[in-house]
Design a protein. Structure first.
Lengths: 311, 327
């Protein structure tokens, strides 16, 4: 039984008479409680995917497909029930730009209290808060402080500890280190690594292939609303199959070792009227005539790839 | 590398530059932030010099001081043989021949101006050419940054362009006056990973073709390594280490440089099962301006570090400000 299974997920935003296909027919599953990452460039739909699992999309989004977490059909549960039993208790999320998601007029402790109250927490509030704060390695005196008194890294840790407050099994972290300094970034990654060891399943959403390699056992590469390749970290990084994955890996400057960098020409297609066939067609060095048709899903040793090359 | 075979002159030389800011507003007790403190370095003709450090290390303040967007407290800036002081002629020279590319291409170009007008603005300000010549220079600059077809792009507005294209417009604007030095302040950090390399390659190409020197300001050592020749690492307003870039990054001598390198994750599947070790301490509560500024976090700090280390020659082409000096 899969821990998380997503089948034929589609998310469309309706804006100004246009329909944006932000997530288009995404399917994958996590067998055990492995940690995973969704990698891709801006506007490829990776944040939308995270928000859909969290059921935190805006009203103009239409969702179809199926998401099963521990066999519970997330999309079919009523809103009320999802809030009561799942949100923050089973799944929680560290939102993008989390540093700015704290309320500036309340102390950190008041903001923790709010979560506990909203979710009707029965146990000892003080104890739960202290535990959550110590898990992320923050000193107790941050609780009495206001957000502006904390540094960026500390705010990020506060937000992560809020996500862990009700002990969820599954935490979605959307760009948790972007906008932080490199040293602080590394500390947050060490923290996530430790949480992972303690049994929390992390889903990391990021454009940074370096930090993904610190956390994720499974990686999904997303391009223009689709997951074009999915598999084990070592397979994806060591032996990329999809031309986009290959191009993405080749475009990252590295600190160690010599490697030639290749830049990717062109822009991703508009998601308002996505083209028929493979969406990477215009930028792909291996594009062939049949790539104008919908690419097949080919099984790989640890996942799949959407590409005609491996037919 | 071909660049050090020729004897190179300096295009920019910064000496003992200092800028302190007072913090604390109207209250009587003011904190002084030593944003840039006795900073000296030079950029040679045709090279890319990297100024690297975290936010708050003073790297952007240094750039602003060079262009006299703010006044330095003390120190001198010599650009192309001319001492940049407050006299009009020197200021006009440095602002025409030393140009800047900013971090965010969504904020640095005016959304109400066409690409052609954006690139033309420096020509108007510096009164270069008549209308016909200006148009020719604009199209040339757009072609040089690979915005083709230039005639069509020139008529567009920024919202019609992608982030990478906007940054190319900003680069075209910076090279249209034929500058000798371009200060690039985090030019790729707001761009998508796949287009970053394209911009870095473009900078390299412009350097070869037009002989432009770059002062590349960044927190990202990986892109710095890709494009830079020499590097200076800044920490809290001071340069702690400098030298040829591959040398500094492969064999850091200052503990702060080592910690920065430790903290970077290259995309490598081996990382997954390794513990990330960063050789740095939790900061102690010390006066950072007493002695070495890195002392509060340095795992190698000794008693002597209460004195201030000088940035001194260590071995060939390398300068380090540290009593301990890693091997």
């Amino acid at each position: 039984m899969a821990f998380l299974s997503i089948q034929n997920l589609k998310v469309q935003y309706q804006t100004q008479g246009k329909r944006v296909h932000a997530v288009d027919d995404v399917s994958f599953s996590l067998e055990n409680k492995e940690s995973m990452a969704i990698a891709g460039e801006s506007a490829c739909g990776k944040s939308t995917l995270g928000l859909t699992i969290m059921r935190a999309l805006q009203g103009n989004a239409a969702v179809s497909g199926e998401i099963l977490l521990d066999d519970k059909p997330i999309l079919k549960i009523s809103d009320e029930e999802f809030t009561k039993n799942m949100r923050w208790k089973e799944i929680s999320m560290v939102f993008q730009g989390a540093m700015n998601s704290l309320d500036p007029v309340f102390t950190v402790k008041q903001q923790f209290e709010e979560i506990l109250k909203k979710h009707g927490y029965k146990g000892d509030h003080q104890k739960a808060i202290l535990e959550a704060v110590s898990v992320v390695g923050l000193p107790v005196d941050v609780l009495e402080k206001f957000p502006h008194e904390l540094s960026g890294g500390m705010k990020q840790r506060v937000v992560i500890s809020m996500a862990l407050l009700l002990k969820p099994k599954f935490v979605i972290a959307d760009e948790p280190t972007t906008a932080l300094d490199v040293l602080v970034q590394a500390q947050i990654m060490s923290l996530l690594k430790r949480l992972k060891k303690e049994g929390i399943c992390v889903m990391l959403i990021s454009h940074d292939l370096g930090i993904i390699s610190e956390i994720a056992e499974k990686v999904g590469i997303m391009y223009a609303g689709r997951i074009v390749e999915f598999g084990n970290l070592s397979d994806i990084y060591g032996n990329p199959k999809h031309p986009y994955t290959d191009a993405l890996l080749k475009s990252v400057p590295k600190l160690k070792g010599e490697s030639e960098l290749v830049s990717l020409k062109g822009n991703p297609p508009s998601l308002v009227n996505p083209p028929e066939g493979c969406r990477f067609y215009d930028r792909c060095p291996h594009a062939m005539e049949k790539c104008k048709k919908e690419p097949p899903k080919i099984k790989t040793p640890s996942g799949f790839v959407l590409c005609w090359l491996y037919e | 590398m071909a660049y050090n075979q020729v004897i190179m002159e300096e295009i920019l030389s910064v000496k003992d530059l200092r800028k302190y800011f007072a913090r604390g507003g109207l209250s009587s007790r003011k904190d002084v932030v030593r944003a840039v403190d006795e900073v000296s370095f030079s950029v040679k003709k045709g090279e890319t010099f990297v100024l690297a450090g975290e936010s708050g290390s003073g790297k952007t303040t240094t750039a602003r001081l060079i262009l006299r967007a703010i006044e330095p407290d003390t120190g001198s800036i010599i650009f192309d043989g001319v001492n940049v002081d407050n006299y009009g002629s020197a200021l006009r020279k440095i602002r025409k021949e030393c140009r800047m590319i900013h971090q965010d291409p969504y904020a640095s170009v005016n959304p109400r101006m066409t690409v052609s007008d954006i690139v033309k603005e420096p020509l108007d300000i510096h009164e270069i050419g008549n209308t016909g010549e200006k148009n020719k220079l604009i199209l040339e600059a757009l072609q040089e940054v690979k915005l083709e077809p230039a005639e069509e792009i020139a008529k567009k507005y920024p919202h019609e362009l992608s982030g990478g294209q906007r940054q190319r417009v900003a680069i075209a604007r910076s090279i249209v006056t034929r500058p000798k030095l371009v200060i690039a302040d985090e030019p790729v950090s707001m761009l998508d990973v796949s287009v970053r390399v394209g911009i870095l390659e473009l900078m390299r190409e412009l350097q070869e073709k037009l002989g432009i020197s770059f002062l590349y300001i960044t927190h990202d050592l990986s892109t710095a390594r890709y494009i830079g020749h020499r590097i200076a690492i800044m920490y809290r307003g001071k340069i702690v280490e400098s030298g040829p870039i591959s040398d500094v990054l492969s064999r850091p001598r200052h503990p702060y440089t080592q910690a920065l390198i430790d903290s970077i994750s290259d995309p490598n599947p081996d990382n997954l099962n390794k513990n990330k070790e960063i050789r740095i301490n939790e900061p102690l509560d010390l006066n950072v301006y007493e002695g070495c500024r890195f002392r509060a976090r340095c795992p190698y700090a000794v008693e002597k570090c209460k004195q201030e280390p000088k940035l001194e020659a260590d071995e060939q082409d390398r300068l380090v400000a540290c009593f301990f000096k890693l091997n």
